[in-house]
Design a protein around this ligand. Structure first.
Ligand code: TRP
Length: 345
């Protein structure tokens, strides 16, 4: 493999770099001189991955033969992505690089491992996030700051989605850095975008039905944060927050956890009820939100204790089997099953 993909040393040689101390530079030059050139060690800047990580890396590398790497090298997209990753280290180029990288999220499947294993990239993301905290309270987030941080969140979402990085992402407790964004209530677009995009990262984590992810989120009390957004949030953040709660409920541990105490159960069912009443009264035709709400109710009805209580507390509009505001056939079926589980029908 040519040096073209040696992210760190190349970066440290660049004269345009402003943020590296001479000592760091020397250290890397020495490390580079010592390097007997196993390519993966160079890519990861001498960082020594844990045994499990090494395993996932070696599968990744052995699955891609040298030929594949040859092809990758010719691939101008890879070159571009690597350039942008390098540019993150330059504070003048960072904003642009973040925006370009976040645009590559869907078209470039190797982005997540490249981001995770390139030295310093995650630290840069966390630094970007931490800088924004001071603008949350009092609320002073500008649209430009919001959009810059949303690029970072988009890249975190990509790490949360990728099978090779999701578990590292969780073990590094990175979702916790987003909780302060979910705990805001300012109605401006800058804040709403920040909330929706942060929820998107959590949504990506629960999408894979991975019990490790669900467990992590539950233990770190994502549910009260989601419930607050479901109660008071705007359309999109509400929908994503409800999707996250639905995914937690669909997990067996998640359902048990929520039905374990009356306080938890009622906290969830009251918010679901508020949303149903809201949809009904405002005559809003939000089938997507409705779908998640009904799925949550159906899942709750599968727990014996919760089912008993729901019989009494199911919103009146949902007790009517002939109601017409559910349009989707699948959701109609869920609603039917719900009424059956509660012996209402
Ligand atoms: N510490 C609270 C609890 O464990 C967290 C919580 C608040 C919660 N509201 C909830 C958990 C609703 C689940 C559902 O009860």
């Amino acid at each position: 493999m040519s040096n073209q993909y040696v992210i760190v040393p190349q970066n440290y040689r660049s004269d345009s770099m402003v943020s590296i101390s001479p000592a760091d530079k020397r250290y890397f030059e020495q490390a580079q001189a010592k390097q007997k050139s196993p390519p993966q060690q160079m890519i990861f800047g001498g960082y020594s991955p844990s045994p499990s990580l090494q395993k996932s890396l070696s599968t990744q590398l052995s699955e891609q033969s040298i030929d594949d790497f040859g092809r990758m090298q010719k691939d101008s997209d890879t070159e571009l992505v690597v350039q942008y990753i390098l540019q993150l280290r330059d504070s003048d180029k960072r904003e642009q690089a973040l925006s370009e990288l976040s645009k590559k999220r869907e078209s470039f499947p190797h982005l997540a491992p490249l981001l995770w294993h390139s030295v310093g990239t995650i630290a840069i993301f966390l630094q970007e996030i931490a800088v924004v905290y001071q603008h949350l309270q009092p609320a002073q987030l500008t649209p430009a700051q919001s959009s810059r941080i949303c690029s970072v969140l988009g890249l975190l979402q990509c790490l949360a989605l990728h099978v090779q990085t999701r578990s590292c992402f969780l073990r590094a407790h990175i979702p916790l850095f987003l909780y302060p964004f979910l705990n805001t209530s300012n109605k401006s677009k800058a804040f709403e975008n920040l909330r929706v995009t942060s929820l998107g990262v959590i949504g990506a984590l629960v999408k894979g039905d991975d019990p490790e992810a669900i467990n992590f989120l539950m233990q770190t009390e994502i549910i009260p944060l989601c419930l607050r957004i479901m109660k008071k949030g705007q359309e999109l953040s509400r929908t994503v927050a409800t999707f996250i709660v639905q995914k937690i409920l669909l997990d067996d541990n998640g359902l048990n956890y929520i039905c374990q105490t009356p306080e938890r159960f009622f906290a969830v069912s009251q918010v679901l009820q508020t949303m149903i009443d809201d949809l009904h009264q405002s005559q809003k035709d939000d089938q997507r939100l409705l779908r998640h709400i009904i799925r949550c109710y159906l899942r709750l009805s599968e727990n014996q204790k919760a089912g008993e209580v729901l019989k009494k507390y199911l919103p009146q509009v949902l007790k009517d089997p002939t109601q017409s505001f559910i349009k989707d056939e699948v959701v109609k079926k869920w609603h039917n099953n719900l009424l059956q589980n509660l012996s209402i029908k």
